[in-house]
Design a protein around this ligand. Structure first.
Ligand code: ADP
Length: 416
């Protein structure tokens, strides 16, 4: 038979081998194009499982780019509807304008609800937003022989910080070492490195830098072995007290003053929304032992992350945070959101994919090499205002019949 790339019999043989398990899905001949490889994997699954994968194979993304940089064993793309909310008036340091915000979701009523919050915020003159670039963290775990060696390790790290900084920052011109926070329990020592990473989310960059520092400096000099480059004290993709307290990625805050007239338009009153805030976001979260003293940060974060190419797994940590609503003497309220731990990127990762880049273009977010970090901060400011829009809309909805009505009209319940 001929080259499997060129003829139908060769193609069918590859499909048969994949379907029968005599060839692994990652072991297709290297000469196949990425689209053809994906089509062959799909055909093998169709043959083996008796399923129809036509839609999975109908996609706009660049298969070669997706295969090289984003997803092994490519078979296609999952499509998620993208809606838009806005205009949303944002009053930040990097984002000071009206924005249209793309959101990817399958949850009916979510976009409509956030859009209602955007209208209220814009009518109130905009959301004031403040974002701090806390930095990306990585915390290798070391095993010492006991407390004496732990002390020696910590003393060595403290007295060699300049050397550590030079090696770490030598791995990328965008990386700046901000802090090394140590924590030890028994014979385990964590060194939580915190880096500014420009417009990148920074997880890969931080990992590469930590690896160099550990292998080239800490292990040879101290003789203390590193057991895991990520020791879970980072903390990546899990809700945690250390990230809540000390932050990770971007620490985002947004606030808006809603007067009695705007509350009326949201079909609520200050008294009603304050009571819902107290019993749900405060008492309810305490009763549940939750780290999310909020109504539904995760809904907005997930939709924003998916549309703009963020790592959706970071919703696990970014959804920690607090919503506040306090009374104003004139019958209005001041509402705010506090998100201490939002990993975000304007370059790298999923932001490189075509549809995600278009979503970032809607927001006017594009990295400028002259101002590294500014684009990611702009993105974070728009995100903060959007999360606030989601909170005030849902909290208002709880005080009226709107929530159940909207879900009945627009889809099944998505919000909590
Ligand atoms: P991450 O480290 O965020 O997990 P990548 O592995 O994609 O993601 O790394 C980001 C890459 O983008 C790095 O190679 C970095 O040099 C490059 N880069 C280009 N422009 C910038 C920028 N403005 N800020 C940060 N990184 C940038």
């Amino acid at each position: 038979m001929g080259n499997p790339v060129d003829d139908a019999a060769g193609r069918q043989q590859l499909i048969d081998e994949l379907a029968s398990g005599t060839r692994r899905f990652h072991a297709l001949p290297p000469g196949l194009g990425a689209e053809e490889a994906a089509a062959i994997r799909r055909a093998a699954l169709e043959q083996k499982l008796g399923v129809d994968l036509t839609k999975l194979g109908d996609f706009a993304l660049d298969a070669a780019q997706a295969t090289d940089r984003h997803c092994e064993n490519l078979i296609g793309a999952a499509q998620i509807p993208v809606g838009v909310v806005g205009p949303l008036r944002v009053r930040g340091h990097h984002a000071d304008d009206d924005f249209f915000v793309p959101l990817a979701t399958t949850e009916g009523a979510l976009v409509a609800s956030i859009n209602r919050g955007c209208s209220a915020i814009s009518a109130a003159g905009g959301a004031v937003v403040d974002v701090e670039d806390v930095g990306m963290t990585r915390a290798p775990a070391f095993r010492t022989s006991g407390l004496r060696q732990t002390r020696e390790l910590l003393d060595w790290v403290e007295s060699h910080e300049a050397e550590i900084r030079a090696v770490a920052e030598g791995t990328s011109r965008f990386l700046k070492l901000l802090e090394i926070r140590s924590y030890s329990i028994g014979t385990t020592v964590f060194l939580r490195f915190r880096f500014a990473s420009g417009d990148a989310m920074g997880m890969n960059m931080a990992t590469i830098a930590c690896d160099r520092v550990v292998r080239e400096l800490i292990e040879p000099a101290t003789g203390v072995p590193c057991v895991a480059l990520s020791g879970n004290y980072c903390v990546d993709k899990k809700p945690s007290a250390v990230n809540f307290q000390h932050g990770r990625g971007k620490r985002v805050q947004a606030e808006v003053v809603l007067d009695a007239d705007i509350l009326r338009r949201l079909k609520t009153t200050a008294d009603a929304i304050l009571e819902a805030q107290y019993r749900k976001n405060l008492i309810g979260s305490i009763a549940a032992g939750s780290t999310g003293y909020n109504a539904h940060f995760a809904n907005v974060l997930a939709a924003f992350f998916l549309a703009t190419g963020q790592d959706p797994a970071h919703v696990a940590e970014a959804a920690m945070g607090v919503t506040t609503i306090e009374p104003r003497p004139d019958g209005g309220v001041i509402a705010s959101v506090f998100l201490p731990d939002v990993p975000l990127a304007a370059v790298g990762g999923g932001t490189a994919l075509d549809t995600q880049r278009e979503a970032l273009a809607i927001l006017g977010v594009e990295a400028d090499p002259e101002q590294p970090g500014a684009a990611a901060l702009k993105l974070a400011e728009v995100l903060g205002a959007t999360v606030l829009a989601g909170e005030i809309s849902l909290m208002a909805a709880f005080t009226s019949q709107d929530l159940a009505d909207a879900h009945e009209r627009l889809g099944r319940a998505s919000e909590s």
